[in-house]
Design a protein around this ligand. Structure first.
Ligand SMILES: N[C@@H](CCC(=O)N[C@@H](CS)C(=O)NCC(=O)O)C(=O)O
Length: 205
């Protein structure tokens, strides 16, 4: 397959990410809709990207159609989107979150939550939970994390802004794992946790 379009387009990126995560071989032609419009037109008369050229020569000219095709190719057990219906169209109840392991055990005294460049789809609020240790499968850790103590209470965020928190940060002692919660979802460009490295971890390392 050939993916046409530059990765500064989120639509092209979405198709590129799906191809990569699905392990499907493809050639990337990072053509610009400005400078390379004529080259794109040979595959897509609308001169838009992403254009995904299949091995049959057929060109898919909508990002959604391309992702649909890729989901179908890898089958429902591997597809990132549910196959059809309500589950495909709507987000699940609840909020988005991510669990991160820090490079070392440490005490946190300052947190940076940066929503730079997210001017429309920044999260309304965030909070952070933390733990010194986490063991088990990713699913088991995700379950434990729901009960981790709060490091940063739920806080309202602004668009395209560096939020620095000091007073709000709870004194939990040394921690190594954090769960960033965003309500309900949205874009965070950077999360930084500043503090001091703890000498001894609970694992005795
Ligand atoms: N809904 C489309 C959006 C694609 C889109 O907006 N592509 C932009 C680049 S980010 C484009 O090709 N613009 C050039 C044009 O419309 O002439 C998709 O998902 O494929």
């Amino acid at each position: 397959m050939i993916l046409i379009g530059q990765y500064d387009s989120p639509f092209v990126r979405r198709v590129g990410i799906a191809l990569t995560l699905y392990g499907l071989p493809f050639e990337h032609r990072p053509w610009s809709t400005f400078g390379d419009a004529d080259k794109i037109a040979a595959y897509n008369p609308l001169r838009r990207v992403p254009t995904l050229v299949l091995d049959t020569g057929e060109a898919l000219i909508e990002g959604t159609a391309s992702v649909d095709y890729l989901d179908e190719t890898v089958g429902p057990d591997n597809a990132m989107l549910p196959a059809r219906g309500e589950a495909r169209r709507r987000r699940e109840p609840g909020h988005d979150w991510a669990i991160l392991e820090l490079g070392t055990l440490g005490e946190i005294d300052e947190i940076l939550v940066d929503t730079a460049h997210f001017k429309g789809n920044y999260p309304d609020r965030c909070s952070i939970q933390a733990a010194a240790d986490a063991r088990g499968t990713p699913a088991e850790i995700a379950e434990q994390a729901e009960d981790w103590p709060v490091l940063l209470p739920e806080t309202t965020l602004r668009a395209d802004h560096e939020h620095r928190f000091r007073e709000e940060v709870a004194k939990l002692g040394p921690i190594r794992f954090v769960r960033l919660n965003i309500y309900p979802d949205g874009g965070v460009s950077r999360l930084r946790l500043m503090g001091s490295v703890a000498r001894h971890s609970p694992r005795g390392v």
